[in-house]
Design a protein around this ligand. Sequence first.
Ligand SMILES: NC(=O)C1=CN([C@@H]2O[C@H](COP(=O)(O)OP(=O)(O)OC[C@H]3O[C@@H](n4cnc5c(N)ncnc54)[C@H](OP(=O)(O)O)[C@@H]3O)[C@@H](O)[C@H]2O)C=CC1
Ligand SMILES: N[C@@H](CC(=O)OP(=O)(O)O)C(=O)O
Length: 347
Amino acid sequence: MVNVGVLGATGMVGQRFIQMIDKHPEFELTTLAASSRSAGKPYGEVANWYLDCEMPESVKDMEVVETDPSSVGDVDILFSALPAGVARKVEPEFAEKYIVASNASAMRMEPDVPLVIPEVNPEFLDLIEVQQRKRGWDGFIVTNPNCSTIALTLTLKPIYDAYNIKRVYVSTMQAVSGAGYNGVPSMAILDNLVPFIGGEEEKIETETLHLLGELDDGVVKPASFGVSASCHRVPVVDGHTEAVFIELDDDFEIDDVREAMDKFRGLPQKLGLHSAPEKPVVVRDEENRPQPRMDRDRDGGMAVTVGRLRKDAAFENSLRYVLVGHNTVRGAAGASILNAELINEIL
Ligand SMILES: NC(=O)C1=CN([C@@H]2O[C@H](COP(=O)(O)OP(=O)(O)OC[C@H]3O[C@@H](n4cnc5c(N)ncnc54)[C@H](OP(=O)(O)O)[C@@H]3O)[C@@H](O)[C@H]2O)C=CC1
Ligand SMILES: N[C@@H](CC(=O)OP(=O)(O)O)C(=O)O
């Protein structure tokens, strides 16, 4: 068993980590850290449990510790669900000694920090060596992308491998859990939609090209097609929906695109990693799917569901589809856990 801890353990994403680690066959949860508001108290007392499963018995009496490397004790991997501002300061301090699998955005675009989706760009883990050499750390930081980016990029990867993509437009309909428990007041979102999520469009546009880029001599060269995103908050609890419009360089058969998505598998599937979905991308043919409530939990929330895949009659060489991905599972805690499983298997 590998001893693991969660930083930001009382938060929305921290709770997803706890839920997923609780039954994990390789990971033993030994450390829960949060702010000084919670430190020194039993987890069951300080955490407002938000998930629709019971808080695992195993964590109720665990003492929450300070988010400080000297407080975490016997641990090999730390999962970070910290706010980005806190993560920027403390993740490098932890990485001097520990492996940090971070879900926060703070370190994602650092040139020597791997930003990884295991099915898409596992080779970026080679940057770990560069990072340790450059910074003199015994540990390291590995990050996963933004929740909307992960779902989009998983569906783009089989297309990108088979065709020349010219440009991608994406319009997101994002669940309120993405903003955290106190992120969007109910009076702002019920009977409503908010057409702005700070920093989200820029993250999708940058991270997607980075993930589909190439690692060349220790440097990531991003993919070079155009990505344009428009992001919107909708009154859904979990599960981001995205309408995707793609223009290719050349003509194509829509059945070939469907087959490429359906047959898409990555290293996690080959290695049989515990949290790897059987199919990273599930294609459905009903005209009214995917829907967040019905499709977000596919394969434990780790698979992205695509539907309404069709040629775009309005423009040549174009297609469109709708996807749903679970934002706090595949888009957050599950993404970091799959990264850690891959690291555990290959390093
Ligand atoms: N990949 C993705 O797309 C997603 C990423 N996220 C990211 O995950 C992170 C966590 O989000 P979320 O769970 O919604 O946030 P929450 O606000 O729900 O939780 C924040 C957590 O961080 C702790 N914390 C806050 N301030 C400090 C501090 N100064 N020192 C130590 N710990 C602190 C809190 O502890 P306490 O309870 O003691 O205050 C709590 O455990 C963010 O970076 C967010 O952007 C979120 C959703 C999806
Ligand atoms: N911004 C995302 C969640 C998030 O926190 O993203 P990031 O990990 O890129 O900061 C959402 O609101 O749904």
